[in-house]
Design a protein around this ligand. Structure first.
Ligand code: GLC
Length: 598
């Protein structure tokens, strides 16, 4: 990732921000939540801290118990002087956190009711499955907590001090998502709420790259807490892409933010956070960025390379599946969370239209299975007018050799990218799993994706789950597409590397499709190595046998991804937080072919 960046960049950054932010503005940013739930003021207890009935659409998964968990709100954190925060990351001793426990004992079942009610911060999953890896994982996750003025506001990307920090000492929005799920599942929603509110505040910054203003709604890729030792004062500093290698704004951050807001609402039953005017506005700003009209002829979202998890040049520019699936999910989550006021209604209409078109486009043009592959292989080219079958003028000679062996008899997937004369046939894990979770995929397509994972087990899971994409770019292709990137050599990092974080997505997708054994099997493989190897960021090699060349150790989302997968498999009712059923009011969509019907 951002290897060439200097560790000092944030102090420089701070200076450059202060040149265009008035003192008042800066104060607002740094002192914003002060904290609404912390001081027990009337306002906070009335509007923010009441437990309201969930308005979020109930999800009806088979065999899934899906009750919102009531929580104690407004737990005050201890008042602490800023001098206690000498660094941005203040690992808390476990005992401190135990005091802040909020998981209600009645939800833990019989096994737990015997436990004393105090000190209830023992993760539920630990009680249900006393596996040593779980306790190691929880301890590591807690060590990664980042505090801002005494409150936990996120988790650091990696706690690896052996290597240059680059920007792994920051809280990444996308990386925090699995951490947030783990905390929600464990009945600790406060940190998630803090994170949502802090990042919302960062969104309202005036963002500039060189002399260019970024769109109002852009959410940061990451942030960190800056401690001013002179004033003994803490402020937040964010990166919207202006420090990132390649200077790309993170398109995925805003989507993850909306999806997290829904997960929080669903898990706690607390609708008051999403209903806050600030949150409603935050959502509208994000939506405005991606729903605005332009020159597009497709409903998919056009992006630059490196604007998501794969944040380096990897040929994922155009219409990458990861962004399209997150976009779809975020639109569906937003339509559940937006209020039915005048502004909200207007957005709901725009969302509905876009979802309708996006669903059609994705299900038809991104979908590939044996039949579809055979059709492309036989495509005619240079067809003009609306009668064209080969609408994007794909030249059959551009089909890569590997795809013919990779495609199983049963199974299929959403390919990496569809744009004029360019189909990127690579498999991308995140986008496909998210397509299942959001019901962007039909039921048949979801089954087919899981079939493909099972049939291509060696390639996609191998000795460490899971390949971020398949296959790797090699030789000439690697030179042209990555620009000779030494970090993304074949079967390493983003280029066919194996990322343990992705296991939570596999777990959720396999539970949703009624095939949890797939994730169980993958998790057992991961368990043999993750702790021993100290939670690497990624693994290298065709089978994922080797700890990644430049992989950080103690990578938080590897830890959180594992914990979430384990907890979800132990208690599938957690699935409702991250999964949506097919929209029942959906108008029938015409299909180009029924090739995905198994
Ligand atoms: C790498 C990953 C990116 C992640 C970041 C922090 O850059 O590519 O997805 O957010 O590290 O872990």
């Amino acid at each position: 990732m951002h290897d060439t960046q200097h560790t000092h960049s944030f102090s420089l950054q701070l200076l450059s921000y202060s040149t265009f932010l008035s003192p008042l503005r800066f104060w607002e940013i740094s002192s914003f939540p002060m904290d609404w739930c912390q001081n027990g003021s009337d306002r906070s207890s009335d509007t923010l801290c009441s437990v309201a009935e969930a308005e979020v659409e109930e999800v009806d998964f088979s065999k899934v118990l899906d009750k919102p968990r009531p929580i104690e709100r407004c737990k005050s954190y201890e008042e602490r002087s800023f001098s206690e925060f000498s660094t941005i990351c203040s690992p808390h001793p476990l005992s401190k956190i135990v005091e802040n426990s909020s998981y209600p004992v009645e939800h833990l079942g019989n096994a737990v009711s015997l436990l004393p009610k105090s000190g209830m911060n023992i993760p539920r999953s630990l009680i249900l499955d006393p596996h040593p890896i779980l306790s190691e994982g929880w301890e590591a996750l807690r060590r990664s907590l980042v505090y801002f003025r005494g409150q936990p506001v996120g988790t650091i990307a990696a706690l690896d001090n052996s290597d240059e920090k680059v920007n792994y000492d920051q809280v990444f929005v996308r990386d925090f998502f699995p951490s947030a799920l783990a905390f929600l599942m464990n009945g600790e929603p406060d940190i998630v709420k803090n994170f949502i509110l802090k990042t919302l505040r960062l969104q309202s910054w005036e963002k500039m790259i060189d002399r260019f203003h970024l769109g109002e709604g852009v959410m940061p890729a990451s942030f960190k807490v800056f401690h001013d030792p002179v004033r003994n004062y803490e402020t937040l500093i964010a990166d919207f892409g202006e420090s990132a290698i390649g200077r790309v704004a993170p398109v995925d951050s805003g989507f993850w933010w909306i999806i997290l807001l829904r997960a929080y609402t669903k898990s706690t039953g607390d609708t008051s956070l999403a209903e806050m005017p600030e949150c409603q506005k935050g959502m509208r700003l994000i939506l405005n960025l991606c729903l605005s009209e332009g020159f597009d002829t497709f409903p998919t979202l056009l992006c630059a390379d490196g604007c998501c998890m794969i944040d380096r040049r990897m040929g994922v520019y155009g219409y990458p599946i990861e962004i399209q699936a997150l976009f779809f999910m975020a639109l569906r989550c937003a339509s559940q969370l937006l209020k039915q006021d005048t502004e909200g209604k207007e957005f709901m209409e725009r969302i509905a239209k876009r979802l309708h078109a996006l669903r059609y486009h994705m299900r038809n043009y991104f979908w590939l299975d044996l039949k579809q592959l055979n059709d492309v292989y036989r495509f005619k080219t240079e067809e003009y007018s609306h009668t064209a079958v080969n609408k994007f003028n794909v030249i059959p000679d551009s089909l890569p050799d590997w795809i013919f062996d990779f495609m199983p008899l049963h199974g299929g997937y959403f390919i990496g990218n569809v744009s004029p004369a360019r189909l990127d046939f690579r498999w991308f894990c995140l986008g496909n799993c998210m397509a299942i979770l959001s019901s962007l995929a039909t039921n048949e397509q979801s089954i087919a994706i899981m079939d493909l994972i099972e049939s291509r087990w060696q390639e996609l899971i191998g000795e460490m789950p899971l390949k971020v994409c398949y296959p790797a770019l090699e030789n000439h292709e690697w030179r042209i597409i990555t620009g000779c990137d030494p970090k993304n050599t074949r079967w390493s990092y983003h280029n066919g590397g194996s990322w343990p974080v992705l296991i939570w997505l596999l777990a959720a997708a396999s539970i949703k499709t009624g095939r949890p054994h797939i994730a169980k099997r993958a998790l057992e493989i991961a368990e043999t190595r993750l702790v021993k190897d100290n939670w690497p960021e990624y693994y290298d090699g065709k089978l994922g046998r080797y700890i990644g060349k430049q992989a950080r150790k103690c990578q938080t989302w590897s830890i959180a991804g594992y914990l979430v997968a384990r907890m979800m498999l132990d208690d599938p009712s957690h699935l409702g937080m991250v999964a949506l059923e097919e929209d029942k009011h959906l108008r029938p969509v015409l299909r180009r072919s029924n090739s995905w019907t198994l």
